[in-house]
Design a protein around this ligand. Structure first.
Ligand SMILES: *Cc1c(COP(=O)(O)O)cnc(C)c1O
Length: 363
């Protein structure tokens, strides 16, 4: 990390790679010889066209996106997509199934329900405070549904799908906001993959959406034009002025990902970082983690001491150790370390050292 930077464990908006921030800084006043900042230029300019096209190209390359899928950048973040997906995909039977594995999964269900004729909960792990992912045999799937929605990585609770649900002919739609590009994924198993970009890719406010061609059908009449997927495909994600700077950041971050060797390389680093924390958690009993072992997230690691007082003290000590944002979500309490792509391994090592020191002082 650069001088003066802190190990920022925020769940989102989140840490971005130092080399990317430096590149953005260097180009801030004069982007690609244009004599202006990307913040100031027309989205119809040649320079910007190259930026958005190379961001799209990078997404295809990095995620190995098959040719029969389109890549879109849409305003409104992941939450915007909760509604947009219902309006675009929920037009045949008007039914959809939701696997409720956490807070965002539930938000997706509640938002889509406003627009669908029949939104159902196919399974829920609320009974155990979302500490696990419902298994295939726990799913009650409606074969007539227009889509099945899952939240791939549950940012607040620290779980991740350990398997790809078999939904038969019904398209599987996955919110991958907090795990996008953290490891390779077989895109062909999904009808739609989408993500708010502020966890692993860029500043907040933008959604990345990868959609199979056959799902680009006529949306509901009420659909806002900016969220009509088919129209946005025709307009190269620029029906109106897009969030230009965010898309530019996706380009820079994906350039950087390609430079370091793509998702195989990224996965290896992420596995090492997660193992540092989970191996330590498994080796002791001062800290507890609720999450079922098979369903652990590689990006968001949740733990607690068992005493609210001690949790508070642990969090109060973070700044002195060069950390920030270790406080768990207000729904869960306790602690959460979000160790996204840009968190260096040294940051996680330093955190484990602090955890050990704190445990020794308090047991
Ligand atoms: C952060 C997050 C969201 C919300 O994203 P917004 O861009 O703020 O709407 C949705 N789903 C998941 C899994 C998230 O981590």
């Amino acid at each position: 990390m650069l001088e003066g930077r802190i190990y920022n464990f925020s769940a989102g908006p989140s840490i971005l790679p130092d080399p990317v921030l430096l590149k953005a800084q260097a180009e801030l006043l004069n982007c690609n010889g244009s004599g202006m900042s990307v913040l100031e230029m027309s989205h119809r300019s040649k320079v910007y066209d190259e930026i958005i096209n190379s961001a799209v190209e990078n997404v295809y390359k990095i995620l190995n996106v098959p040719e029969n899928y389109k890549v879109l950048f849409l305003p409104g973040g992941a939450t915007g997509m909760f509604a947009a997906l219902a309006m675009n995909l929920g037009t045949k039977s008007g039914a959809a199934d939701f696997i409720v594995s956490g807070n965002f999964a539930n938000n997706a269900y509640k938002e889509a329900k406003k627009y669908l004729k029949d939104a159902r909960i196919a399974a829920s792990s609320e009974d155990a405070n979302y500490s696990y992912i419902p298994s295939q045999d726990q799913l009650t799937l409606n074969p007539d549904a227009d889509f099945v929605h899952v939240c791939w990585n549950n940012t607040i609770f620290g779980t991740k799908f350990p398997y790809i649900p078999d939904t038969g002919d019904v398209p599987l739609v996955a919110d991958m906001s907090s795990s996008i590009m953290s490891e390779p994924v077989d895109v062909s198993k999904f009808g739609v993959i989408y993500a708010g970009v502020q966890k692993n890719l860029a500043p907040a406010g933008l959604a990345l959406l990868i959609i199979r061609d056959d799902l680009l059908t006529t949306p509901m009449d009420i659909t806002p034009n900016i969220w009509k997927f088919g129209t946005q495909v025709e307009k190269n994600s620029m029906l109106n002025t897009p969030p230009c700077f965010n898309i530019y950041f996706v380009k820079l971050v994906t350039d950087y990902l390609l430079e370091i060797g793509g998702l195989e390389a990224m996965k290896k680093i992420n596995e090492e970082k997660a193992a540092l924390l989970y191996d330590y958690l498994d080796s002791q009993d001062f800290y507890k983690t609720q999450v079922r072992k098979s369903d652990r997230s590689m990006m968001n690691v949740t733990f607690r001491t068992g005493s609210e007082e001690l949790d508070k003290e642990f969090i109060a000590g973070q700044a002195a150790h060069g950390f920030s944002n270790l406080k768990g979500h207000r729904i869960t309490g306790g602690m959460r370390a979000s160790i996204y792509n840009a968190m260096p391994k040294e940051g996680v090592e330093a955190l484990v050292a602090y955890m050990k020191e704190f445990a020794e002082q308090h047991s």
